[in-house]
Design a protein around this ligand. Structure first.
Ligand SMILES: Nc1ncnc2c1ncn2[C@@H]1O[C@H](COP(=O)(O)OP(=O)(O)O)[C@@H](O)[C@H]1O
Ligand SMILES: [Mg+2]
Length: 254
C-alpha cells in the first residue's frame, strides 16, 4: 500500500517541528530534534513503528511529545489519566505538530517504563474513592497492579485493558518482560493491529523490532532513517554475541 492510501487509516501519520525551539532549550541539541529540523516531516507509514537508536538520542522525548500532543497525560496512562507526580517531561509537544488520519480512535494508552508504578497507584487511589459502577481495576484484570511483578502487571494491562481501535505508545516495553512474555506481547500486538490499532514504540529489543511489516526508524547523530531491523546495531551485536558468546566475552573482558 502506498503512503497516500495508508496515511488516513493511521491515528498518527506525520510529525514535524512547527515552532522554533528557543536557543537555550536543551531540546535543540538532541539528535532527534536537530534531524527533525532538517526534514519536512517524519512520516509514519505502518500500523507499527519502532524508534531505535543509542541511549540519549531522544527516543523517549520524541514519543512522549507525540503522546502529549495526542492528548495523553505526560506521565502515562489512558486518555482519562490526569495524575502528575512531578513535572519531568519536556515541552516538546509545544513545538511539534502531529498529523492525524481520519479514523477515530476508541482506545489508547501511553506507557512509560518508569511510570507503570504511578499508573498502578492512580488506579488504586481512584478505586478507593466512592463511585458508581465497577472498580477501574476490573478493566485491568481485577488484581492491583501493585500486587504483581513489573512484567505481570505490564501484561495484565495489555491483555485486559487494550481493546483495539486504539493508539498505543510504549517506551521500551521489553524492560519489563522475559523473552517469553515479549513474544506474548507481540502476539497481543498482532491481534490489536488486526483490530485497527496503531503502535508507536521505542525499543532496544532485536526480537520486538522484528515484528512483521513494522517500520523501524533509526535515530542517529546524523539522521533519522527507515532501516531493515537486521541492519540495526542492536540486531548485529546481539547476533554476534549469541553466535559466539565465549569469543565475544574474551574480546570484551580479556
Ligand atoms: N531537563 C533536562 N535538561 C537537560 N537535558 C535533558 C533533560 N531531560 C532530558 N535531557 C537529556 O535528553 C536526552 C535524551 O533523553 P531521552 O529522550 O530519554 O533519550 P533516549 O530515550 O533516546 O535514551 C538525554 O541525554 C538527557 O540527558
Ligand atoms: Mg528512552
Amino acid at each position: 500500500m502506498d503512503y497516500e492510501t495508508i496515511k488516513d487509516s493511521l491515528y498518527v501519520n506525520n510529525v514535524f517541528l512547527s515552532k522554533e525551539i528557543p536557543k537555550e532549550n536543551y531540546l535543540r541539541k538532541l539528535p532527534v530534534i536537530s534531524n527533525l529540523k532538517k526534514m519536512r516531516g517524519l512520516k509514519l507509514t505502518k500500523p507499527v513503528t519502532f524508534f531505535v537508536g543509542e541511549n540519549g538520542v531522544g527516543k523517549s522525548t520524541l514519543i512522549e511529545g507525540i503522546a502529549v500532543a495526542m492528548g495523553f497525560n505526560a506521565e502515562g496512562g489512558s486518555l482519562n489519566f490526569r495524575f502528575s507526580t512531578r513535572e519531568s517531561h519536556s515541552r516538546l509537544h509545544e513545538y511539534i505538530t502531529v498529523s492525524r488520519g481520519y479514523r477515530r480512535r476508541k482506545d489508547g494508552f501511553f506507557l512509560r517504563a518508569e511510570s507503570l508504578y504511578n499508573v498502578a497507584s492512580n488506579i488504586d487511589d481512584l478505586d478507593h474513592e466512592p463511585c458508581p459502577g465497577p472498580p477501574i481495576i476490573s478493566s485491568y484484570g481485577g488484581v492491583s497492579l501493585h500486587e504483581q511483578s513489573h512484567g505481570e502487571s505490564f501484561m495484565a494491562l495489555i491483555e485486559n485493558r487494550f481493546c483495539g481501535n486504539g493508539l498505543y505508545i510504549l517506551d521500551e516495553p521489553e524492560a519489563a518482560l522475559s523473552p517469553m512474555r515479549l513474544m506474548r506481547l507481540m502476539y497481543c500486538m498482532k491481534e490489536l493491529v488486526d483490530r485497527n490499532s496503531q503502535f508507536i514504540i521505542s525499543t532496544h529489543s532485536p526480537i520486538l523490532m522484528s515484528f512483521p511489516d513494522a517500520e523501524v526508524i533509526e535515530i542517529t547523530e546524523e539522521e533519522i532513517k527507515s532501516v531493515d531491523y537486521k541492519e540495526t546495531e542492536h540486531f548485529f551485536i546481539t547476533k554476534r554475541f549469541m553466535d559466539a558468546p565465549e569469543q565475544m566475552l574474551k574480546d570484551l573482558l580479556g
